[in-house]
Design a protein around this ligand. Structure first.
Ligand code: IMP
Length: 203
């Protein structure tokens, strides 16, 4: 039986304000009082694992231990089957520029150029969520959205690699869908549904 998260304070183990807003919307109605690792001034641990769950676990445990409160962390990315799952946990790194900014148009072009050398278009997005408690207990959930990579990119909505991913059974890419349509089927929505079923109670 997974451990339940009692209503009360929960640390979101991220320093990204956009992520805090998105996660806050997904966690509405569970009686949770959210505070981010950024607001608490907690250090950002290095993401040294080679799996999404491994990296989410590092972030969640570091925040839970430092704050003395339960903490939730996510880690997500885009994987191409013919590239043996790359960019995978390095999805954000592939967009990293020398000046510290991120260039997703260039990162998508790199994925398409490399993947185009192989047959097959299977690709997927993953979102790992790890809930950690100060005593070191963790619960992990993985949401995946299978589909195919497309080129040229299509759609201006969304962010990151959205325009080059067409989910299975859909005519549009993530980048062409409305936010609501994407969130009904996305890897992130699936991960949060698993988290809610396993650990949360409607307050
Ligand atoms: P994280 O913040 O370390 O989890 O990095 C996630 C990386 O995957 C970032 O580069 C995001 O742009 C990309 N990513 C994750 N989820 C999505 C998505 O829903 N659409 C597009 N890109 C995504």
């Amino acid at each position: 039986m997974p451990r339940r998260l009692e209503p009360g304070r929960l640390v979101l183990a991220t320093h990204n304000k956009g992520k805090v807003r998105e996660v806050a919307a997904l966690l509405e109605g569970y009686g949770l009082d959210l505070v981010s690792a950024g607001e608490l001034g907690l250090p950002e641990p290095a993401e040294t694992e080679t799996s999404f769950i491994g990296n989410a676990q590092i972030k969640a445990l570091a925040a839970a231990r430092a704050a003395g409160l339960p903490a939730l962390a996510d880690d997500s990315g885009f994987s191409v089957a013919s590239l043996e799952g790359a960019p995978g946990v390095y999805t954000a790194d592939w967009a990293q520029q020398p000046d510290g900014s991120r260039d997703y148009a260039q990162a998508m072009a790199k994925v398409a150029a490399l993947a185009g050398e192989h047959p097959g278009r299977l690709a997927w997005f993953s979102c790992a969520l790890v809930l950690a408690w100060p005593d070191g207990h963790t619960e992990a959930f993985l949401g995946e959205a299978p589909g195919q990579w497309v080129w040229p990119p299509r759609g201006l909505d969304g962010f990151g690699y959205d325009p080059m991913f067409q989910p299975e059974g859909q005519a549009q890419t993530y980048g062409e869908m409305s936010g609501a349509a994407k969130h009904a089927i996305s890897h992130r929505a699936r991960a949060f549904a698993l988290l809610a079923a396993g650990c949360l109670r409607k307050g």
